[in-house]
Design a protein around this ligand. Structure first.
Ligand code: TMP
Length: 251
């Protein structure tokens, strides 16, 4: 059997050439990294959970009219996605202070922000994904002003959707990161939500207890990452309701 072509390998995912032109297969690894890959581990079951959770969020976004790269899940670890040109920015939306904004501005973690704050980081691991402003983005040509306006609108719609979905299962969406890509339909270019939406790229706190249910569990050594992600998946109905030692998936 011919070996399929690997297009790109990142820290948590691999992209392979898809079965049709304009598609890719996105494979979710069990690898976790933090602090620009200074800290690394393999966490059994993480890829399976993130594949399912990203499917869940991207499908819901599609249903409310937010365009995403997601086409369909193929199996436990893989999904078929639309190929796009990734804009080299991480778009972060924050509802409550945590992580780098707390350090940068001295705001206690968990403080509600006066309104959602959108930030951009330039995607470059060798620089540690530095925070950049719209001035940098326009000057260096990473995106146009129109793209930035569209990215902010997309990010705010994703924020409203994710905040509501999580609130319904007793979880507070503190912040998240998305990546956005360009696709071309004939003469027209449009932006779509790409990459993944999972507890790797969000901060999720249980509303009742404040317990962290996201990658901070790994970053800060707070316990089992698989248990935290399984809890999110279970509440969202992506996993069966009974507690499981290992993630078992329903259809
Ligand atoms: P930060 O507080 O470290 O800037 O992170 C803000 C949010 O963005 C948090 O939910 C984690 C997410 N994020 C990523 O998904 N990838 C990254 O490389 C970084 C730095 C943050």
């Amino acid at each position: 059997m011919a070996r399929r072509k690997k297009i790109y390998e990142g820290k948590a995912k691999i992209l392979y050439e898809g079965p049709e032109p304009g598609t890719l297969v996105q494979y979710f690894k069990d690898d976790a990294t933090a602090f620009n890959a200074e800290k690394k581990a393999t966490i059994e079951g993480k890829g399976v959970l993130n594949n399912r959770l990203s499917e869940f969020f991207m499908t819901g976004l599609g249903q409310i009219g937010v365009p995403t790269h997601f086409i369909r899940r193929l199996n436990m670890r893989e999904q078929l996605v639309r190929a796009c040109e990734i804009i080299p920015l991480e778009v972060i939306v924050r509802n409550y202070a945590a992580g780098s904004i707390s350090e940068r501005l001295g705001i206690e973690e968990g403080t509600q922000l006066p309104r959602p704050i959108v930030e951009y980081c330039y995607k470059d691991d060798s620089l540690g994904d530095p925070l950049v402003t719209e001035e940098h983005i326009a000057a260096f040509g990473w995106a146009s002003q129109q793209d930035m306006d569209d990215m902010v609108s997309l990010a705010i719609r994703v924020n409203d959707f994710l905040s509501g979905v999580m609130l319904a299962v007793g979880i507070r969406l503190i912040d998240f990161k998305i990546e956005i890509g360009r696709v071309y339909d004939g003469d027209f270019m449009r932006l779509i939500v790409a990459d993944e939406i999972s507890p790797d790229s969000c901060r999720l706190w249980d509303i009742a207890t404040g317990q962290k249910l996201d990658k901070d569990v790994f970053r800060r050594d707070l316990g089992s990452l698989t248990d935290a992600y399984s809890e999110v998946a279970r509440r969202l109905g992506v996993l069966p309701k009974t507690p499981l030692s290992k993630p078992t998936l329903i259809n």
